[in-house]
Design a protein around this ligand. Structure first.
Ligand SMILES: [Zn+2]
Ligand SMILES: [Zn+2]
Ligand SMILES: [Zn+2]
Length: 136
């Protein structure tokens, strides 16, 4: 411990010797160059951890499933489909949030009798059953 402290003290001594304005600017410039671009997500992983890199952007994750999900942002693929209104979503949690709308609402309304339905199919069934399509 004493050795470390001595080394630290030496370091401080060295610093004080070179503590000129120019030296500080050089250090600052050096530190700045080491910083990543502002938009780059920066994550510190413990050594030995397998990290998955996105081939299209600086995104990294330790979960393969996360990378897969992330890749959808680049491919524009929307594998999660709302079975109520057939809207597509890139992420499951977005779909789940969307589904709450349907759970609370009955967005499909019969234009004839104003009855509301949760599913387009229910509304269609309703119309077929009652044979009451609006006259055009
Ligand atoms: Zn990416
Ligand atoms: Zn929907
Ligand atoms: Zn109706």
């Amino acid at each position: 411990m004493d050795e470390t402290r001595a080394a630290l003290a030496d370091g401080f001594k060295d610093n004080s010797l070179t503590n000129s304005k120019q030296y500080n600017e050089a250090v600052m410039a050096n530190q700045t160059s080491k910083l990543r671009p502002v938009n780059t997500p920066y994550k510190q992983y413990p050594p030995g951890v397998k990290v998955f890199n996105c081939s299209l952007c600086p995104y990294t994750t330790v979960y393969k499933s996360d990378l897969k999900r992330h890749n959808l942002q680049h491919t524009g693929e929307r594998p999660y489909k709302c079975y109520v209104c057939n809207k597509d979503f890139t992420q499951n949690h977005v779909l789940k949030t969307h589904m709450l709308i349907h759970l609370r609402q009955k967005p499909f309304q019969c234009e004839v009798c104003q009855q509301s339905f949760r599913h387009a199919k229910s509304l269609n069934d309703h119309k077929h059953k009652l044979m009451h399509y609006p006259s055009e």
